[in-house]
Write a protein that binds this ligand. Structure first.
Ligand SMILES: [Zn+2]
Length: 576
């Protein structure tokens, strides 16, 4: 390929809306262009890498015995109503109507669609187990699309679904996919670590997420160096010792005008945030519930949802807070709320807590010397692990202090059990002709997100450093004087020799200064750069350099041996 025919446009400046390096580099290197907020077009360079990732995903799915299918993006509402998710998916799902007023969604995922499909196709145990997959565009109506392809409204996903006869089979399918995922990410040059995640209403340890550790990641991960425990902070368990503070004087009201947040009140009263009780009113399946956690902690909505057995959990609106407590957010607390029947639950670190500061359920006031057991109606069974783990908490596995790292989720494997197959009555006949429900698993890889995660994990101040397996081109020949016939001939022959050896090659044949070409080659991040110029040829060779190596580390090779050297370098890079 010739640069002058390749529609490559690099940008000198970072896009104004880019907050993280990989987003800046995606746009600056000319891989994608923003069409609108959360929507991107892939330019030829980006398309090449996307296709290479897709190929790796397909090869590994096929190797694992999964069968490729493709299902419509436009999914009828009836499918989603069968499981009740038409209502519970919330505003993240794009919903629309056709001309006959039939409701439909742009698929954010396809559990319903695939269960309905497989139900119609599979009837006998002889057809099981079966795993099907598709690589298809998915949609999510993000409140705030950001970080380029990381949190976009439209994204490419590989979604696979396994259907098994029994639990042991479902275990095998899960392990097969888990192993395939490890190979997929390794082949993409990604260090992705499996992390325990929350199984939602499916229960514990039924799911792993694959995360790329990066400071720009949106997910927090509890990480134990001691035993290797890794869990999404949404799930990471804590077993805090009870407070057992001992007796304290009766509570009294303190005026805290204008101080609403824990930090503000703590500063106003000159006390540490840990002495405060943070109280928030949630709407849980439509009913108000007050949740109390230590002042320096956050309420963990996933744990709250599970503890209450609720389907939906969200912060209550202003009116509901006022009705339940008699005050506005910032001044609410567990002592004598306006609604005496208000359900109150608390984090287990607050068991036996006394001498604490809480909101007074009266705007502009707090209470000090609150003893939760003495002064509130929190029942003994109302204490649970409801706060998010933080660095320094004891590892639930070995007790050593955990660290908190940031991660980008690039894949997830999930045991679904019979949630969907029961809803759809997706059954098969066993060898005794008895009707049995299929057992399901689902497995996703964020294909477009993986592309960006690789950049986030592999870049430097000059640009992207592509792994050879998914680089848009593996080698870039910087032709320094395109009009000099000797150099152009060497470049052409080298390109042909490289392509013959399976090395994707582009010749930078632009009439540009060498500095511009080197900068662009570094920005786009081709794994190998070969400099071909008349001056170098007169001195006996072409200059070969790996992108990931230091600038000083170049090899001068005679033109006749260049293809072999480059091919050997690429092969070594592919092996990692
Ligand atoms: Zn541990």
């Amino acid at each position: 390929m010739r640069w002058t025919k390749s529609l490559i446009t690099t940008l000198r400046d970072n896009p104004g809306d880019a907050e993280i390096d990989s987003h800046k580099l995606l746009v600056r290197a000319g891989l994608v262009r923003k069409t609108a907020g959360g929507l991107y077009s892939y330019l030829p360079l980006g398309m090449r890498t996307l296709e290479k990732i897709k190929r790796i995903v397909k090869e590994e799915m096929d190797r694992a015995g999964a069968l490729e299918i493709v299902m419509p993006i436009l999914q009828p509402a009836e499918l989603w109503r069968t499981t009740g998710r038409w209502d519970t998916m919330g505003a993240n799902m794009f919903k629309l109507r056709d001309r006959a007023e039939r409701e439909a969604a742009l698929g954010p995922t396809a559990e319903e669609e695939v269960t309905d499909l497989v139900k119609g196709v599979v009837g006998s145990y002889r057809q099981l187990p079966v795993t099907v997959y598709q690589i298809q565009w998915k949609f999510r109506d993000e409140t705030r699309p950001r970080f380029g392809l990381m949190r976009s409204k439209e994204f490419l996903m590989k979604d696979a679904y396994s259907f098994d006869r029994d639990a042991e089979g479902a275990d095998r399918s899960y392990r097969t996919m888990y192993a395939a995922y490890e190979r997929i990410f390794a082949r993409c040059g990604l260090k992705a670590v499996p992390v325990q995640a929350d199984g939602g209403d499916m229960g514990d340890s039924m799911t792993h997420e694959f995360h790329v550790l990066a400071d720009a990641g949106e997910d927090g991960i509890a990480w134990c160096e001691g035993c290797g425990y890794a869990a999404n902070l949404e799930k990471a368990g804590r077993t805090p010792p009870p407070a057992d503070d001992g007796p304290c004087p009766p509570f009294e009201e303190v005026a805290t005008p204008g101080a609403k947040t824990i930090a503000q009140v703590a500063a106003f009263m000159g006390l540490a945030p840990e002495l405060f009780v943070k109280s928030l009113v949630y709407s849980c399946d439509g009913k108000p519930v007050m949740v109390c956690v230590p002042g320096d902690r956050d309420v963990n909505e996933v744990k709250l949802k599970r503890f209450l057995g609720a389907k939906t959990v969200a912060l209550a609106d202003f009116g509901a807070v006022l009705r339940a407590t008699g005050a506005n957010a910032g001044f609410v607390g567990p002592v004598k709320p306006a609604d005496p029947a208000l359900r109150i639950v608390a984090d287990s670190a607050l068991r036996g807590a006394a001498g604490r500061i809480t909101g007074a359920n009266k705007d502009g006031f707090h209470l000090k010397n609150v003893d939760l057991a003495r002064d509130t109606s929190i029942p003994a069974g109302g204490y649970a692990d409801l706060a998010t783990a933080a660095a320094g908490d004891a590892c639930p596995n070995c007790g050593k202090p955990i660290a908190v790292k940031r991660g980008i989720e690039v894949g997830q494997v999930f045991k679904l059990g019979t949630k969907y197959t029961e809803a759809f009555k997706a059954t098969y006949k066993n060898d005794k002709l008895e009707e049995k429900t299929m057992i399901m698993g689902c497995y996703g890889v964020g294909v477009s997100r993986t592309l960006q995660a690789v950049i986030e994990q592999s870049h430097d101040k000059d640009g992207i450093v592509w792994p050879a397996s998914i680089a848009p081109y593996q080698a870039c020949i910087c032709l320094l004087d395109p009009s000099a016939p000797d150099a152009a001939k060497v470049a052409d022959e080298l390109e042909q020799a490289l392509e013959a050896r399976g090395v994707d090659t582009i010749i930078d044949d632009r009439e540009e200064r060498p500095g511009v070409k080197f900068k662009d080659a570094d920005l786009i991040g081709f794994p190998v750069r070969v400099v071909v110029g008349s001056k170098g040829l007169a001195n006996g060779g072409v200059e070969i350099k790996l992108r990931r190596e230091d600038k000083s580390k170049t090899r001068i090779v005679p033109p006749s041996g260049a293809a072999e050297t480059v091919a050997a370098l690429i092969e070594a890079e592919m092996r990692g």
